[in-house]
Design a protein. Structure first.
Length: 389
């Protein structure tokens, strides 16, 4: 192993990646920019779906509405219209046709006041809505809540958490960390995959397709040094692209999760950010090493990207595990599983459940996998049938 040769080849590979302004823009600037715009729009879209400010412009049709509840509805600023019982079927048809209308039907002899609670007969209030309409469902929930509140104000036996005290004892730090741990590992795995895919396919399969790889291999340079330089240069490019993507994620998460950007940035200390960086770095090295082997086996960029496409489903599936689990993996041997170990470590760091033994197992095992892949890649470089076939 000659580090002078490795550094020289690495510099040349990096110059090819960053010497071109177009490649520089698509690798460094565009990932973060696209993610920021995309996730910000997603967050605003999801927020708008839950914002029903136009509920007051929709009609609530009532039948036999008692005077006591009439005042309660008016106080709640809800538009309603009381109609005769004969129009009930007509209103139901409107609701079936997804007209933004809610029907609240009270019994003909609906009695509220002047009743003894011990002898009270339950009276049924019928509320008709269309669950396929988000606004109709929202109106149903709101009206049901209002009627229950009115009932509680009349026959109030006890209250639950009816004061200004904070009953949810979770800290803001833990709450934000839990929200991030559910989505950030999956997003990072998808972004790391997309960053590594293009550069790995271009670096080896692309050079084979253009014939420049043959020129490099005929030089008196050790094939192991070439393999190491390829992995290092590709990892540097992927890390820079990943940093850009990470910045885009952090800036867009406030809109996506309805959080404050200050909270996201300040809940973690320097040590935790270092652990996050080392974990992401080890994941990138493993992915780049595996993709480099596939790229070396392929003869064209198209063949390499096609072969690596199914890998995306695996990456997203591993990232999705964080959305269904409540704590990181506890057994140390689970941190020997490549890629899965990195996701579990990300989850543990983001939820402040760091186990340094598991981190060391993850980092060392991933380093071993990278060296194994480099050895395989060097053997492939020595195989003329693979490299020139």
């Amino acid at each position: 192993m000659n580090w002078a040769e490795i550094i020289t080849i690495t510099k040349k590979e990096l110059f090819k990646s960053f010497g071109n302004k177009r490649i520089l823009f698509t690798t460094v600037i565009m990932p973060g920019l696209v993610i920021f715009v995309l996730y910000s729009l997603m967050g605003k879209t999801m927020a708008s779906q839950h914002n029903f400010d136009d509920i007051n412009s929709s009609y609530i049709i009532t039948i036999n509405l008692p005077e006591e509840l009439k005042d309660f509805f008016e106080t709640s600023n809800l538009n309603f219209q009381n109609v005769d019982y004969a129009k009930q079927d007509e209103v139901k048809e409107l609701i079936k046709n997804k007209t933004e209308v809610l029907l609240v039907s009270f019994p003909k002899e609906f009695i509220i006041s002047g009743q003894d609670v011990s002898n009270l007969d339950t009276q049924n209030i019928e509320i008709y809505y269309n669950s396929s309409s988000k606004l109709s469902s929202y109106m149903y929930t709101k009206v049901t809540t209002l009627i229950n509140e009115y009932e509680a104000s009349i026959f109030n036996l006890f209250d639950i958490n009816n004061s200004n005290k904070q009953y949810d004892l979770v800290s803001e730090k833990e709450s934000v960390g839990r929200n991030l741990s559910a989505v950030l590992p999956m997003l990072l795995m998808g972004l790391i995959y997309s960053c590594c895919l293009s550069i790995a396919a271009e670096s080896i399969a692309g050079e084979k397709e253009r014939g420049t790889m043959a020129t490099l291999l005929v030089t008196p340079v050790n094939r192991v040094n070439i393999a190491i330089a390829k992995v290092i240069s590709l990892s540097i490019v992927a890390v820079i692209s990943g940093i850009s993507s990470y910045i885009g994620i952090v800036l867009s998460l406030p809109a996506l999760l309805n959080l404050e950007s200050f909270n996201i940035l300040m809940i973690y200390n320097i040590g935790e950010y270092i652990l996050l960086f080392l974990t992401v770095l080890s994941i990138i090295l493993v992915i780049i090493s595996i993709m480099s082997i596939v790229s070396a086996y392929s003869n064209t960029i198209k063949e390499a990207t096609t072969s690596l496409s199914p890998f995306a489903a695996l990456m997203m599936l591993i990232g999705l595990t964080c959305m269904i689990q409540t704590k990181p993996a506890t057994y140390w041997w689970m941190y020997l599983i490549p890629l899965y170990n990195g996701v579990q470590e990300l989850y543990g760091i983001l939820t402040f459940e760091i186990n340094y033994i598991n981190f060391i197992v993850m980092f060392i095992s991933n380093s071993i996998y990278v060296f194994i892949c480099i050895f395989i890649l060097a053997r492939m470089f020595n195989n003329e049938k693979i490299m020139f076939g």
